[in-house]
Write a protein that binds this ligand. Structure first.
Ligand SMILES: *Cc1c(COP(=O)(O)O)cnc(C)c1O
Length: 222
């Protein structure tokens, strides 16, 4: 099936309150353009350089989401245009995003990545770490970032019960942290669910799904 057909099928099954991030990592601009022409405006990439190159080549009404692990020294390459950074997992990174956002006179929206998977390979902070950061004095001074939600990745497993438990844990954490509601932290987004598990994620409270291979086909590498 074509990218357009895949996209339409997924869009038709998503509830209205759920935002679709089309994950275009490793895919050529021509593929992204097909999705764009089918109406998609939000794209997710996991490498900053690749995202910046695509940003240059694509129409400027696209919202680019950084969904991968972010190295501090590369924040500057996306600070002028990125619309949401999903994978923020430490304070030093937040500080750097704030600094680069200030240079561009922008406020950059971020999600805190919470570690919900068992695997060591997945990044993220604990709920307690997130809570401490959000309540700290130093955080309240970061005027050029906005924490708008949480992101999580479930364990790569066939055990659906485990995935469900991990998603539910993220939703519970979200409900807790949402109460903080400070000047630069107003949680409204839960980014969870990918091609294999987004329907389950939505049942567990997700309102932003990151779908790649079900739209663009499988990738040769990650
Ligand atoms: C690649 C990736 C996705 C999309 O994965 P698919 O299984 O292709 O839908 C979602 N989230 C993150 C963080 C990714 O790196």
């Amino acid at each position: 099936m074509s990218i357009t057909q895949n996209l339409n099928i997924i869009k038709n099954t998503l509830p209205e309150h759920v935002t679709l991030v089309a994950v275009s990592k490793t895919k050529p601009v021509s593929d992204i353009m097909e999705a764009y022409n089918a109406g998609q405006r939000i794209f997710g990439e996991n490498k900053i350089q690749e995202m910046a190159e695509k940003y240059e080549q694509m129409p400027k009404d696209i919202e680019w989401h950084m969904i991968g692990h972010v190295q501090r020294n590369k924040v500057k390459y996306m600070a002028s245009f990125v619309s949401l950074i999903h994978g923020v997992d430490n304070f030093k990174l937040l500080n750097e995003i704030n600094k680069q956002a200030l240079k561009h006179d922008r406020i950059i929206n971020c999600l805190l990545q919470i570690k919900i998977a068992e695997e060591d390979s997945k990044f993220g902070m604990t709920a307690a770490e997130a809570s401490n950061i959000l309540q700290s004095e130093t955080f309240s001074e970061l005027k050029n970032i906005n924490i708008v939600g949480l992101m999580g990745m479930a364990t790569f497993t066939d055990n659906e019960q485990q995935i469900e438990n991990e998603f539910k844990y993220l939703k519970t954490t979200f409900n807790e942290l949402k109460k903080l509601n400070t000047e630069n932290c107003k949680l409204n987004t839960i980014s969870m669910g990918m091609s294999g598990d987004y329907e389950l994620a939505i049942k567990c409270g997700s309102n932003m799904v990151r779908v790649g291979s079900s739209i663009f086909g499988s990738r040769n590498y990650i």
